[in-house]
Design a protein around this ligand. Sequence first.
Ligand SMILES: NC(=O)c1ccc[n+]([C@@H]2O[C@H](COP(=O)([O-])OP(=O)(O)OC[C@H]3O[C@@H](n4cnc5c(N)ncnc54)[C@H](OP(=O)(O)O)[C@@H]3O)[C@@H](O)[C@H]2O)c1
Length: 257
Amino acid sequence: MNFVFCSSSELDITDSASCTTVFEKHQPDFCINAAAYTAVDKAENEPEKAHAINVTGAQNVAAVCKIHDTVLLHVSTDFVFDGEKTSPYTEEDRSNPTGVYGQTKLDGEKEVAAVWEKHFIVRTSWVYSQFGNNFMKTMLRLASERDTLSVVNDQIGTPTHAVDLAEVILKIIESGKKAYGIYHFSNEGQCSWYDFAQKIFEVNAVSIQVNPIPSTCYPTPAKRPKYSVLDKTKIKEVFGLDIKKWEQSLEPFPSVV
Ligand SMILES: NC(=O)c1ccc[n+]([C@@H]2O[C@H](COP(=O)([O-])OP(=O)(O)OC[C@H]3O[C@@H](n4cnc5c(N)ncnc54)[C@H](OP(=O)(O)O)[C@@H]3O)[C@@H](O)[C@H]2O)c1
């Protein structure tokens, strides 16, 4: 497999001409669209920008994939759900986003499905890795600056190691299966952000006092789903996956940042 990785300056998904140029040059068999507007709180004040990237951008990518007969793997989010359920969300459950980010991601999914049949939409949750900005890196940075931390314990979800997500996307490609549609993927199990923080510190041998707090003590512009555990039965059955528990995927970071 040959990979071409495109930064936003090389391929601006809001610009269909940019998509065309890149696709004409590389003629990809598969396209993994992980580009998105992901600033959940900022999106409340920038709905047009979030829409341009998450909806128009997704539509542009799907359209160029259709022209080149390229299978599209589009990454989406647990934030398409309102969090009112108390058991894991299946692909058939009703979506009802609680904020602009989730709404634009949902609208982007609909564009992808409407424009190009050969698509896999992979909804995931609480993604972390050693790269970029994410909860794990924020916790480790804050721990190097403070003696105590307060973390919400009434939002329940499942962390996803980006490496596990990447492997699953590659497995979908390698399977050659044409079982297009929406799939849920995260690591196995569930926890609160507080539990996740505790485990991050344990695995990285960081000594810090962590206090559990309710979301009401940590108000944010965008409302988060209080429960967004994803049911992975479909992806496991269709692609024969054995998914690691979130605690098993958590490894010490190469360095505390
Ligand atoms: N992180 C999570 O917890 C989480 C959870 C569920 C789902 N997801 C989904 O996973 C995917 C990846 O998220 P992430 O956490 O990796 O987000 P991220 O760190 O914010 O990365 C998003 C990427 O999109 C690029 N991008 C933004 N606008 C673009 C444009 N117009 N054209 C091309 N690229 C553009 C950004 O490039 P620049 O930096 O150059 O702007 C950035 O590299 C997204 O679809 C997100 O909705 C993430």
